[in-house]
Design a protein around this ligand. Structure first.
Ligand SMILES: NC(=O)C1=CN([C@@H]2O[C@H](COP(=O)(O)OP(=O)(O)OC[C@H]3O[C@@H](n4cnc5c(N)ncnc54)[C@H](O)[C@@H]3O)[C@@H](O)[C@H]2O)C=CC1
Ligand SMILES: O=C(O)CCC(=O)C(=O)O
Length: 336
């Protein structure tokens, strides 16, 4: 009997391939190449993707044998989930696998925006020993506003509290008593904007969150606020952010994600007060292994093959501390 075909459309770890096992035939394509994807998906029983490959109705129609779309990460904004459901195709993700990595990058960008680390380092490498230009500000006793107190927002909170920050958050789907135990005060969006010295965004990209932070919202923010986005491009309107950075209302931004990716040309990239990374939130060996192994096991299960080993959750959280391993989901029904 022929083996089910699993199409890997983006770079995934070697552990992912190992976890898929010998019972499946692995094929590869470049998910960013639409023609190649449409051709390759025709024979596939499963497709494994990250954030680049767009799985929409056209891809689902081309993949008439597809049983499962596996997203080795969190965000499902590149998958048309209703269309998949209508076509009877299962969609799986790895909801916890990269949370620690994304949180750690967020903390790095928060510190970098406070202390001008990349700019000062770049200047030094070009021969400038300029200590007065790169004076920064402390994080201790500053207020951090978290938009989206889910898995990543929670991990960022725990870490930045260790720096002495006061944390407030906006997330209408989170239980205020749960947040209080974490030491976070839940407020309205406007209240968070008005009170935050630093703002970090951890929302999914949905029709309701797209453009959530535009010019009117930035105008409500404290002058001199520093903003970090390791969630999704487009949640913060890029033109509005550019204008707010130009006039100094927003003092600095740390951006891992952009409205259109890949993004190598944007007015934002020309501003010295913008610290940026090319969507690296999940790009650690640990996160890639956890995400890949987790979805590989889901794929095997969906294809009717092997049992999912008991160790999967352990694999997902390998290397994470006990408090993270036990993060309760603070979200109540209705988030989207
Ligand atoms: N830069 C990167 O490499 C990565 C980016 N991400 C992005 O980060 C996002 C957040 O990830 P997690 O924290 O794991 O997700 P999560 O689902 O645990 O948390 C999201 C939070 O947003 C809240 N939320 C949803 N809709 C909202 C709305 N309209 N208004 C206010 N709050 C709302 C939810 O209640 C939830 O608490 C992902 O959706 C993904 O797009 C995730 C991992 C890596
Ligand atoms: O696969 C990646 O590197 C993207 C991670 C991400 O954005 C997500 O998990 O939502």
């Amino acid at each position: 009997m022929s083996r089910p075909i699993v199409l890997i459309a983006e770079e995934l770890s070697q552990a992912t391939v190992g976890a898929l096992g010998p019972e499946v035939e692995i094929r590869r394509c470049d998910g960013a190449d639409r023609g190649a994807l449409l051709a390759a998906v025709a024979d596939a029983d499963a497709v494994l993707i990250r954030s680049v490959t767009r799985v929409d109705a056209e891809v689902l129609a081309a993949g008439s044998r597809l049983k499962v779309v596996a997203r080795a990460g969190v965000g499902l904004d590149n998958v048309d989930v209703p269309a998949a459901t209508a076509a009877g195709v299962l969609v799986v993700n790895a909801a916890q696998a990269n949370a620690v990595s994304a949180a750690e990058l967020t903390c790095g960008l928060l510190i970098a925006t406070a202390r001008n680390i990349p700019q000062a380092g770049q200047a030094l490498k070009s021969g400038q020993w300029n200590r007065s230009k790169y004076v920064g500000g402390e994080l201790a006793r500053k207020t951090l506003g978290v938009l989206g107190l889910g898995r990543i927002g929670t991990l960022v909170t725990e870490r930045m509290k260790a720096f002495g920050m006061d944390v407030i958050a906006y997330d209408p789907y989170v239980d205020a008593a749960w947040a209080a135990r974490l030491g976070v005060q839940m407020l309205s969006l406007d209240e968070v904007l008005a009170a935050s010295d630093f703002l970090t965004v951890h929302l999914p990209r949905t029709p309701r969150t797209l453009g959530l932070i535009g010019a009117p919202e930035l105008a409500k923010a404290k002058r001199g606020i520093r903003l970090v986005n390791v969630a999704r491009g487009g949640l913060v309107d890029e033109a509005a952010l550019y204008n707010a950075l130009l006039d100094g209302h927003v003092a600095a931004a740390g951006l891992d994600v952009f409205a259109e990716e890949p993004c190598t040309k944007s007015p934002l990239l020309d501003l010295e007060q913008v610290v940026c990374t090319p969507h690296l939130g999940a790009s650690t060996w640990e996160a890639q292994d956890r995400a890949g192994v987790s979805v590989a096991e889901s794929v095997r299960l969906a294809l009717g093959g092997a049992r999912v080993p008991d160790a999967v959750n352990e694999v997902q959280w390998h290397g994470a501390g006990p408090s993270e391993a036990q993060i309760p989901s603070p979200t109540v029904a209705g988030a989207a």
